[in-house]
Design a protein around this ligand. Structure first.
Ligand SMILES: NC(=O)c1ccc[n+]([C@@H]2O[C@H](COP(=O)([O-])OP(=O)(O)OC[C@H]3O[C@@H](n4cnc5c(N)ncnc54)[C@H](O)[C@@H]3O)[C@@H](O)[C@H]2O)c1
Ligand SMILES: Nc1ncnc2c1ncn2[C@@H]1O[C@H](COP(=O)(O)OP(=O)(O)OP(=O)(O)O)[C@@H](O)[C@H]1O
Length: 530
């Protein structure tokens, strides 16, 4: 009975008996097809000889092994045929490409890795790829289909190919190429930043500055004295044209008629044309004077050289006196500024618009209000909790319930935003700080948004009281329920001259101005870790 059992168990396999012709392959192992073995086993067995059973089992095993080998070979040949077919296709495509001449076709990346792994056509394809990328990239910049290669195309080194892609900075709604920057290096298909907005910037004069505007903090005798002295020096030694505010010109003329050459302006129209005349702005005062200078330029701002004649001076790295020699340090500073090159901090500004409910989505003024530090929306004199709905690019952010909200630049991060618990941010970091003022919630942490977003702060219709917006601590505007403030990054930064460089000046400010992380150093003597 045993042989029958064996026979029955093997019946399934028997149906799969070695195919003798598949993909044009005739098995050399078909000499022992399983069918033959079956027939042999099915023939009447004389007696129940154990040896015979053993023999038939061995035969079956051999037949199975032979069949597997035959199948393996057939499948390898089938695969080879498929690769051959693919190779022919690629060759044909390559030939077609060659015939198209210099024009750059819409080349799509191939996603099979046959070409790179096949040693036969590796060299041909390297050249093809090189040609493709040269033609396309010369016209369009970096092409996403560029094939990545290890070593020279002629070397026998293995080609590495990854899925291709292209990333770019993109401004919403702006189709112009100027707004797009490549941020991917295709060196090896890895994402690396090709362009950063926060590198140190250097200003080099191509022709000497001719006209200087001097802005001063009012009601300060020391500032008045330095201003008069500086004007004399700039005129006599540097032969520059000088502009001052009408108030300052009056003060100068009271002092001496010598200052008759000093120019000023009559109205706002002339102020708006100042940036076309002025090469350099000098501020004498504190941070407030820098803010004042920035507010005078509703568009492009000439480089600002901020002298510190205030108490804190976060944005005013230049000092009138050299503390060690007590010399007239301002002359040395101005000599080097007028000669150049100057390290510059590009201080980003925010542009704000008020949208009245009555006028629906129309801006109250055509011209945006520009701020260098921040725009604050608070409860003003109201004793009620402020209720502000905040949106970022039309996505709901949160509802502020507290004293208000600060939307700050990174330059302003060390001002009001800092006092409200916001982080200090290097001024060259592009971003908008979203800092609540005394939020009545345990979990309202400040945020930093990317520079490209538009923020909208809406006073809801059910608000119990109006809110107040103020711009760099000035120009308060009432926001009634339904009104909103829309804020985004302005295209005109304030370029301020650095004493050393952006980072050194920033760190000096937080150390000297705020005594940041000042603590007595722990003494050496005492317990030690063994
Ligand atoms: N609680 C607060 O800290 C608070 C309250 C209101 C306004 N302010 C800030 O005052 C600014 C207006 O300045 P002002 O001089 O016209 O008013 P101000 O004369 O009241 O001076 C405010 C103080 O803030 C400092 N300051 C201004 N800008 C700074 C900056 N970017 N980094 C570090 N410190 C800075 C000034 O040096 C000054 O000491 C506003 O933009 C606002 O940021 C702060
Ligand atoms: N040219 C100007 N005209 C009108 N107001 C000005 C002018 N310059 C500065 N201010 C205002 O004067 C105020 C004080 O100026 P600033 O902050 O420069 O001096 P400060 O208060 O002595 O300095 P600090 O803030 O470092 O103590 C600010 O509110 C600023 O807006």
């Amino acid at each position: 009975m045993l042989p029958n059992k064996i026979i029955n168990n093997s019946s399934g396999d028997a149906n799969m008996a070695c195919s003798q012709s598949e993909n044009g392959f005739v098995s050399s192992f078909s000499l022992f097809p399983e069918k033959a073995v079956q027939e042999l086993l099915q023939s009447p067995v004389q007696g129940s000889d154990d040896h015979l059973i053993e023999f038939s089992e061995t035969l079956r095993t051999v037949a199975k092994a032979l069949r597997r080998v035959a199948e393996g070979k057939a499948s390898a040949q089938a695969e080879a045929a498929v690769w051959k077919h693919k190779y022919e296709l690629e060759r044909a495509r390559h030939q077609q490409f060659e015939n198209r001449g210099k024009s750059c076709p819409e080349l799509q990346p191939d996603h099979d890795d046959m070409r790179t792994n096949n040693p036969i056509n590796r060299h041909t394809l390297c050249n093809e790829t090189k040609e493709r990328s040269e033609r396309c990239c010369s016209r369009n910049g970096i092409c996403s289909h560029e094939v990545l290669r290890d070593g020279s195309p002629d070397s026998d080194s293995k080609m590495i190919r990854k899925a291709s892609f292209k990333l770019s900075w993109c401004c919403k709604g702006d189709q112009s190429d100027q707004q797009k920057h490549d941020i991917v290096s295709f060196e090896r298909g890895n994402i690396t930043t090709a362009q950063r907005s926060s590198k140190q910037i250097s200003l080099k004069w191509e022709s000497s500055p001719q006209t200087v505007l001097i802005l001063t903090k009012p009601n300060s005798v020391s500032v008045q004295i330095l201003c008069a002295e500086m004007i004399r020096w700039l005129r006599q030694q540097k032969e520059l044209h000088i502009y001052v505010e009408p108030r300052v010109r009056v003060e100068l003329l009271v002092e001496s008629s010598y200052f008759n050459f000093v120019e000023t302006w009559k109205d706002d129209k002339e102020i708006s044309a100042l940036h076309t005349k002025v090469d350099l702005v000098i501020t004498l005062g504190g941070d407030g004077t820098v803010l004042w200078a920035a507010s005078m330029f509703k568009g492009p701002v000439p480089p600002v050289v901020p002298f510190s004649l205030g108490s804190l001076g976060f944005m005013t790295p230049f000092s009138e006196l050299n503390h060690t020699s007590d010399s007239e340090h301002y002359k040395e500073c101005l000599e080097s500024i007028l000669k150049g090159p100057i390290s510059i901090t590009l201080r980003h500004r925010l542009q704000c618009h008020v949208v009245r409910d009555a006028a629906k989505n129309e801006y109250e003024t055509e011209e945006p209000i520009l701020v260098l530090n921040e725009v604050t929306i608070d409860r003003g004199i109201s004793s009620f909790l402020t209720n502000l709905e905040c949106y970022c690019d039309n996505s709901f952010v949160t509802c502020v319930q507290g004293d208000g909200l600060i939307l700050s630049t990174t330059s302003g991060s060390t001002a009001y935003s800092l006092a409200a618990g916001g982080s200090m941010v290097h001024p060259q970091v592009p971003g908008i700080l979203f800092t609540p003022i005394c939020p009545h919630s345990l979990s309202f942490r400040p945020l930093i948004m990317p520079e490209h977003v538009t923020l909208r702060v809406q006073v809801p219709f059910n608000s119990r009281s109006p809110a107040w917006a103020s711009f760099d601590g000035k120009d308060r505007k009432q926001l009634e329920p339904g009104d909103a403030l829309v804020c985004s990054m302005a295209p005109w930064p304030v370029p301020t001259a650095c004493l050393v460089d952006s980072t050194n000046d920033f760190l000096r400010s937080i150390h000297e101005g705020l005594h940041w992380n000042l603590r007595k150093t722990q003494s050496f003597d005492g317990p030690r870790e063994s």
